[in-house]
Write a protein that binds this ligand. Structure first.
Ligand code: PLP
Length: 456
């Protein structure tokens, strides 16, 4: 007899499966309320205590109090930050991963899982034009993917310049790099060479000017480009920056957490040709590749150097590196700053394999096409105007005459009215409105409705 805590409760299991079935069949998924729907902490006061509670009672509390207090990121009306719209097959397979105790740490424990994840990583690497042999691991998010990549880039860069210490080396970045790049450099204890750009797009010319004006250009060991800035969708000059990196033996990291998915877009993929130069590249399937949170694909051009820098050494782990299967041994834990890991790449892999790549092309392209039609709507209306041309699936526009407070009020009201979740951003110091399209079911009617709510 097992412990009661580990017994299977068929009745409760069915309730949970029913809930998941209902949730998964909602069309469209409601927005719900997030922080606008406060919960009285007193209602949870005695939850954690020596004796347990009735699971139904607590599940009801979750369904009726906690769950509605979360803005559903997979609603087609979620157009703030970067949304997430997992396919049904990825959600279903996420449940399989949850129920199977799948540990994606090492080849020894889970070669089957790692093979499937690697198939998806290899596919992405080929799409990016990276050479055979490129690979890596799925990590929790772009932030960890960036930190892991820059850690490898820093150590490799410094090893080629032994007169410099690990803290003296620098990466060239632009002001539009994601906040996680700045944080990663902070964690690594190194400074950026902050490159000025004129229209927020980081190019080879900007880099050359910055290096020419810098007193210590030889301390720069790598370049960070963004392939789809989060705020505006701008794809940096990957070809120019990447070829500069190759010519000067610098590490070339490309942060495509959001925009890397546009590799699937027939109209935009030409912007990514320079990705073939990347030493490290990240893209978040939990953003625009329709996988559930949390999932980032980290791909290294030469995974063996990453393993040298990042593999954890401990006597109890030695066995992971002593397989008979030398040719195939591939421990995802060696390629990033992590050890134990959920097989978080599997839901993406399963969805890609079952839906096919053509379905991904269509779904990614849908958001880009909607962004373009939105420009046409904005151009027709006289109370709103574009701030800059759209890039990828992001639209920045202003409501003429509005203060920052007015944008915030409007954003809260839209959510309260359950129309959409749209948050303002700043562009060159000015508060403006931003639509981040991603869900293929976001309609023109919804966009028009949102724009109409800005009339007064
Ligand atoms: C979202 C994003 C990140 C951070 O990714 P997380 O998955 O949220 O950690 C990094 N870079 C860019 C360009 C992003 O859009």
């Amino acid at each position: 007899m097992g412990h009661q805590m580990f017994e299977y409760n068929a009745k409760f299991a069915n309730e949970v499966f029913d809930y998941c079935r209902d949730r998964m069949s909602m069309d469209p998924v409601p927005l719900d309320f997030g922080g606008l729907h406060p919960i009285d902490p007193a209602s949870m006061a005695d939850f954690i205590r020596p004796e347990g509670h009735d699971p139904d009672e607590i599940f009801d509390f979750f369904k009726h109090s906690l769950a509605p207090a979360v803005v559903s990121i997979d609603s087609p009306g979620f157009l703030a930050f970067i949304p997430n719209a997992p396919t049904k097959s990825s959600l279903l397979f996420d449940m399989v991963v949850a129920c199977s105790g799948l540990n994606g740490t090492s080849w020894l424990e889970s070669s089957g899982v790692v093979m499937a994840e690697n198939q998806a990583l290899t596919f992405l690497a080929q799409l990016a034009g990276m050479p055979d042999g490129s690979g890596g691991a799925f990590v929790s998010g772009g932030s960890l993917g960036n930190l892991s990549s820059l850690t490898v880039g820093r150590d490799i860069g410094q090893s080629k310049r032994p007169h410099l210490s690990l803290h003296d080396v620098r990466f060239a970045i632009s002001a539009d790099a994601h906040s996680s790049i700045g944080k990663a450099l902070h964690v690594l204890g190194i400074e950026p060479l902050l490159v000025e750009t004129d229209d927020h797009r980081f190019t080879r010319e900007h880099l050359e000017t910055a290096l020419a004006n810098d007193p210590h250009p030889n301390t720069v060991v790598g370049i960070v480009a963004t392939s789809g800035t989060t705020n505006a969708g701008i794809v940096d000059d990957l070809e120019g920056l990447g070829s500069f990196a190759r010519e000067h033996d610098l590490w070339f990291h490309v942060d495509g957490a959001y925009g890397g998915a546009a590799l699937f877009s027939p109209s935009e993929r030409h912007l990514f040709a320079g990705l073939r130069h990347a030493d490290s590249f990240i893209v978040d399937p939990h953003k625009w590749l329709f996988a559930p949170l949390d999932c980032c694909a980290l791909i290294l051009r030469d995974p063996t150097v990453a393993r040298k820098v990042l593999a954890q050494q401990a006597s109890y782990l030695d066995i992971l590196h002593e397989g008979d299967d030398e040719d195939y041994e591939w421990n995802p834990s060696d390629f990033a700053i992590h050890l134990s890991r959920r097989a978080r790449g599997l839901p993406f892999w399963y969805s890609l394999v079952t839906n096919g790549t053509a379905a991904y092309e269509t779904a990614v392209q849908a958001a880009i096409d909607l962004a373009r039609r939105t420009v046409a709507m904005i151009d027709e209306m006289d109370h709103v105007e574009m701030v800059r041309p759209t890039s990828l699936s992001i639209v920045l526009f202003r409501r003429t005459g509005w203060s920052a407070e007015r944008y915030t009020q409007w954003s809260h009201q839209l959510l309260r009215d359950q129309i959409a979740f749209v948050t303002p951003t700043k562009w060159e110091g000015e508060t403006v409105a931003r639509l981040a399209f991603l869900h293929p079911d976001t309609t023109d009617e919804l966009v028009r409705h949102i724009l109409e709510t800005m009339r007064d």
